[in-house]
Each structure stands twice: as structure tokens, then as C-alpha cells.
Ligand binder design. Structure first.
Ligand code: 13P
Length: 331
């Protein structure tokens, strides 16, 4: 591992209060979002959508890195410029999702395990050749009456550590994502407990497998009540719970934390991030930023509707969302 390469990548990704744009939806997820917006679910429409995103004027003012999907990292603009080059020319560092999605965890109804470790060393080498400088793996933890189980947490956190070790070996920054889902009616307290437990086990495993935690990015959920919970909390309560939970479980040696949005509206995700910075400015030992997909893309997707005539309007919305998120980090 060349630590200098990794730490320089992390510095560049978050320079001047910038954050990350997740645009690494799998084909199935992208198609689901297209279907909901009435957009044809074809490879060409996905290509056009991603071209619209990466050619957004001024995007690099607030976005330091973009996470791509296997299909996307190989695509080109209509005029034949590789997406990777468009991003690099704009000063946006390309990253890549390297997990291969989740499957049911055998023997544990309602729980998931992420696939993708087989052949990962070779895939990382190829992605690096293509221009990726960081790589994301998402583990999914579901909260319900009797879950998550110890087994599900242990299996997922160990996989995150194995993947992170392979990334560092390849001089790619691991972006480690243990996502505790917002699905369900659980309280914010339950989300806090599960998130803390997952993060503590994650760092145990990262140490066990010799991952250098000074050269990772953590991509966690915010600590928030389930979306179907009868009691929702104030913006400041969510911010406080999130910062307290991270302070209790994330070592100060970790350089950067970049949240997922997890189904929050763009406005709420930005408001929570802003509150964390305003109210806890002096208590944040790490860079605390964002790596949103839906909370940046959704308004643009709804406006684009798959039509060329809407590209400029959609790009303006994308630019504005990213700008507001970066402003929250810099506040
Ligand atoms: P959301 O911000 O839409 O949760 O997506 C982030 C992400 O990368 C999920 O893996």
C-alpha cells in the first residue's frame, strides 16, 4: 500500500468543503427509479442520464468525487468522450462501486449479505487501470423486531474489512459503507444502538485485518427514526444523535466521514448535515461530509424525465442540490 497516494486522494476528494456524488446505482436500481419517473429502462437512457449528470456546469465547485457503476465507468458521451475523462477534466475524482449487491443471508430471514469478494482483487486492478481512485462497498443492516442478529452484523462487518484490505493493497481508497436502513418504524434510539454496534464491530474487524484506518472513508447512515415511525425527531435531535453516535464509535484517526442519504428528502439530508456543523463544529475530529445519491439526484431525475429539452433545467437542480450540501459542510 502506498499510503501517500491514498491520503492525497482523500484530501483532494474533500478539499474546500466539497463532498461526493453517488451515481453508482446498479442497473436494477437505476431501472426502478426510471420506472417510477416514467423513463424507458434501457442502457442508452441510463447512459444519457449519467451524461447529463457529469456534464452539469459547475458541478466540481461542490463535488470532489463521483462514484460510478461498472456499466457507467465504461460509457462515453454522445460525442465519444469517456465518462472517466469528462470527470477528470472537470477535476472530479472517479470512484467505483465494487460490491455486487445484496442477497438474503442464508438461515436468517429478513437479513442480507453483500456479494462481490470473489475475483475482487482482479476487478480492482482493472478499475484502477480505467482511472478509479476509490472504491465503495455497501453492507445493509435491517432493523426489525428481532433483527439485526449478531451473525448478520458479524458477517457483514468482516466482509467490509476484507474488501477494504484488498482496496488498500491496490492503492484504491476504500469507502466503507455499513448502511443501517431507515425502513421500518423503529425509534431513533434503536437506530443509535444498532448503528453504534455495527460501527464498533466494523472497526474491530478493520483492525483485525490490518486495514489502515487513516486511509479509509467511512460512509455511514445518519442516526434517525425509521421512515414509518410515529414519532419523528427534530433536525437538531437527529444531528445530535448522529454526532454522538459517531463520536462513540469512530476513531479520530479516520480522516473522513461521508453520509449516505438513505431515503431522506434532499432538504432533510442537507438540513441535518448543516445542523451537525453548526451545533458541533468543535466536536468533529473528522471531515464530516456527504456522499448522497438520491438527495442530490432526485429533483434532477424528476425534471429530466428522459427528455433532451429538460437537460439544462435538470442540471441546474443537480448543481443547486450539490451546492447546498457543500454549503452545509462549510458552514
Ligand atoms: P443514497 O444517498 O440514495 O442513500 O445512496 C447512497 C449510496 O451510495 C447507497 O449505496
Amino acid at each position: 500500500m502506498n499510503k501517500q497516494i491514498l491520503t492525497e486522494t482523500i484530501e483532494q476528494l474533500f478539499a474546500n468543503g466539497k463532498g461526493l456524488l453517488a451515481m453508482d446505482e446498479s442497473t436494477a436500481t437505476a431501472n426502478k427509479r426510471f420506472a417510477a419517473a416514467g423513463i424507458p429502462q434501457t442502457e442508452e437512457m441510463r447512459r444519457r442520464y449519467r451524461e447529463m449528470i457529469i456534464t452539469t456546469p459547475g458541478l466540481s465547485e461542490s463535488i470532489g468525487g463521483a462514484i460510478l457503476f461498472d456499466e457507467t465507468i465504461r460509457q462515453q458521451t454522445a460525442t465519444g468522450i469517456p465518462f472517466i475523462q469528462v470527470l477528470q477534466d472537470a477535476g472530479i475524482i472517479p470512484g467505483i462501486k465494487v460490491d455486487q449487491g445484496t442477497k438474503p443471508l442464508a438461515g436468517f430471514p429478513g437479513e442480507k449479505i453483500t456479494e462481490g469478494l470473489d475475483g475482487l482483487r482482479e476487478r480492482l486492478a482493472e478499475y484502477k487501470t480505467l482511472g478509479a481512485r476509490f472504491a465503495k462497498w455497501r453492507a445493509v443492516i435491517t432493523i426489525d423486531k428481532n433483527i439485526p442478529t449478531e451473525a448478520c452484523i458479524a458477517a457483514n462487518m468482516q466482509q467490509l474489512a476484507l474488501y477494504a484490505a484488498l482496496c488498500q493493497e491496490a492503492d484504491l481508497v476504500p469507502m466503507v459503507e455499513p448502511e443501517v436502513l431507515m425502513t421500518g418504524d423503529h425509534t431513533i434510539g434503536r437506530c443509535y444502538d444498532v448503528t453504534e454496534k455495527c460501527l464498533k464491530q466494523l472497526f474491530d474487524q478493520l483492525y483485525l485485518f490490518n486495514v489502515d484506518i487513516e486511509a479509509i472513508i467511512l460512509k455511514p447512515n445518519m442516526v434517525i427514526a425509521g421512515e414509518a415511525a410515529s414519532q419523528q425527531n427534530t433536525v437538531d435531535e437527529v444531528a445530535a444523535a448522529t454526532v454522538n453516535c459517531l463520536r462513540a464509535s469512530v476513531p479520530v484517526a479516520v480522516p473522513a466521514i461521508a453520509f449516505l442519504s438513505g431515503g431522506q428528502t434532499p432538504e432533510m439530508a442537507a438540513a441535518h448535515l448543516l445542523s451537525m456543523h453548526k451545533n458541533f463544529r468543535n466536536q468533529l475530529p473528522w471531515i464530516l461530509s456527504f456522499s448522497f445519491a438520491r438527495a442530490i439526484q432526485q429533483p434532477a431525475l424528476d425534471t429530466w424525465k428522459g427528455q433532451e429539452a429538460n437537460v439544462a433545467a435538470a442540471q441546474r437542480l443537480l448543481y443547486e442540490r450539490a451546492k447546498l450540501d457543500a454549503a452545509a459542510v462549510s458552514s
